[in-house]
Design a protein around this ligand. Sequence first.
Ligand code: TYD
Length: 220
Amino acid sequence: MTRSGLFISFEGIDGAGKSTHIEGLAHAFREQGRVVTITREPGGTPLAERLRTLVLNEPMDAMTEALLVFAARRDHLQNVILPALGRGEVILCDRFTDSTFAYQGGGRGFDWQVLSVLEEWVQGTSLVGEKSEPVQVLQPELTIWFDLPAQVAADRLVGVRIPDKFESQPVAFFEHVAAGYAKRMQAYPSRFARIDSDQAPEFVWRDVVHATQDKGLLPW
Ligand code: TYD
């Protein structure tokens, strides 16, 4: 029996605390006998990791940033995500395209429509012949959005590590990023699960598991 691949993304402003829950879900899926790959964006391939270093460290305008993260995404899709889904595996991706809408669109104010065009180019599956048919855009089955107030996230990050280009942005930037996530959730309500991350880690974890079970992706 072949099992279909499963694609789950994890989103949130810097300091929202995604990492331990990604590991936890990987463990839960492995216990179900699934093969799991944890990966991240920007990154996940040697080329995309090089683009990540540029995006996170070099000053550049928002369009350049958007083009680089989508270039990294293309390489990641072609070489990691699509092959793994084809083998029926579980892909747990630390950030995906909603980050681009939230950070470059919401945070940096780059044109939402242009991002949608890039999304169709990079994630669209070309349909043979019929030009009038809508393009199918590959999206995760489930996007877990770790949501918490920007000030709380900023307080959590203080002194934890040397901040990168985004982490050193003011709180107001992250309020715009969060608004970007909210706008994406409004556009894709069935794919998104918003998790209140301003609670103790065990309650966040409980909500992550419930969101995954609600989607029928893990047994109750
Ligand atoms: P993050 O995933 O938080 O990793 P770490 O915890 O190691 O810092 O950092 C990635 C950063 O890249 C984060 O600040 C968001 C940003 N980013 C974008 O601006 N656009 C994108 O499309 C993606 C995927 C990430």
